[in-house]
Design a binder for this molecule. Structure first.
Ligand code: HEC
Ligand code: HEC
Ligand code: HEC
Ligand code: HEC
Ligand code: HEC
Length: 180
């Protein structure tokens, strides 16, 4: 009888850890899968800012607002002062513009909801791509037609590696290019 229990418990000693490891692998794969596959994500922003109006109809250059994109790793979202270059006069009575003014008066600012967000284990660099002439549209789609910005493409590994492998500049595909 005690022999039986011993066999059982020793078997559980292997089954439990193996089960736990399997669980964490599956859970890990599940969470990794869900991050970059954010295709179509289009959260509601604190005020309805239209890329179609500003970048499309008014033809304001992307880099007027996303001025870091050709100089640094990140593109950055503009501060409200950039908006106020026009909106201290243009549509100054709009409730949305008024909301910005009130925030500025309080020394506060918007929390724009982040749309594109790579997991921490992937390294990305805007500057390097802009320098080689890769256009914003290649990765972000037709932003000039978007009333409300959304993630157009799945930023999975294939998306990045396929271009790195086939483009004329022979971008690197070693693992530590994008993972360290
Ligand atoms: C050009 C950039 C790039 C290169 C090179 C690259 N990866 Fe990735 N990798 C990514 C991106 C982007 C993801 C997706 C992240 C996500 O799902 O949000 C990813 C995801 C992964 C994942 C998570 C599982 C998955 O499929 O989502 C593993 C594991 C991985 N890469 C391993 C590697 C290995 C090993 C190499 C070298 C053979 C490599 N990567 C080369 C960009 C790259
Ligand atoms: C007048 C300023 C302005 C111009 C011009 C502009 N943007 Fe934006 N952009 C913003 C603001 C503000 C946000 C944050 C609010 C939002 O997401 O709608 C933003 C957000 C974005 C995002 C999403 C950021 C995230 O959280 O992932 C992308 C991508 C983007 N812009 C690309 C572009 C491209 C490409 C162009 C040119 C075709 C452009 N923008 C022109 C102001 C601007
Ligand atoms: C180069 C000038 C310029 C800049 C910079 C600019 N806008 Fe505008 N914006 C305009 C014009 C022009 C309109 C359209 C006015 C109209 O409908 O007559 C407008 C309209 C708007 C509207 C709609 C207002 C309403 O109630 O109808 C919002 C909201 C807005 N802009 C937000 C922003 C934000 C946020 C920024 C900064 C990220 C920004 N704008 C930067 C010129 C600008
Ligand atoms: C090769 C693909 C690629 C190109 C080209 C590209 N982007 Fe991005 N963009 C991304 C990725 C990937 C992210 C998410 C980065 C992260 O989460 O670390 C991103 C994020 C952003 C963001 C959010 C803030 C940030 O910096 O993380 C803005 C704004 C943006 N891009 C604007 C632009 C503009 C404007 C251009 C063109 C001048 C451009 N992007 C060109 C892939 C690209
Ligand atoms: C349309 C083509 C294209 C796409 C899509 C693309 N890349 Fe690139 N990538 C390039 C080119 C071209 C370079 C520049 C190589 C050079 O500077 O010689 C580059 C460079 C890089 C570098 C810098 C490499 C170095 O030498 O340090 C990183 C990191 C990178 N890419 C990551 C990514 C990630 C992550 C994605 C996916 C979100 C991505 N790229 C999508 C074309 C692309």
């Amino acid at each position: 009888m005690s022999e039986m229990i011993k066999i059982k418990s020793s078997r559980w000693k292997t089954i439990i850890p193996v089960g736990l490891v399997l669980f964490f692998i599956l859970f890990g794969v599940y969470t990794l899968r869900s991050v970059g596959d954010n295709e179509g994500y289009s959260p509601t922003q604190p005020i309805p800012f239209s890329h179609k109006l500003h970048a499309g109809d008014l033809k304001i250059d992307c880099q007027y607002c996303h001025s870091a994109v050709s100089k640094s790793r990140i593109a950055t979202v503009p501060s409200m002062n950039v908006c106020m270059n026009c909106h201290s006069v243009v549509k100054a009575d709009s409730p949305h513009i008024q909301k910005m003014k009130d925030l500025i008066a309080k020394g506060d600012s918007f929390e724009w909801v982040r749309v594109h967000d790579m997991p921490d284990f992937v390294f990305f660099n805007h500057k390097r791509h802009i320098a080689k002439g890769v256009t914003c549209e290649t990765c972000h789609g037709e932003v000039r037609t978007m009333e409300k910005i959304r993630q157009e493409k799945k930023f999975n590994m294939g998306f990045c590696v396929n271009c790195h492998r086939t483009n004329k500049d022979k971008a690197p595909i070693t693992c530590n290019t994008c993972h360290n």
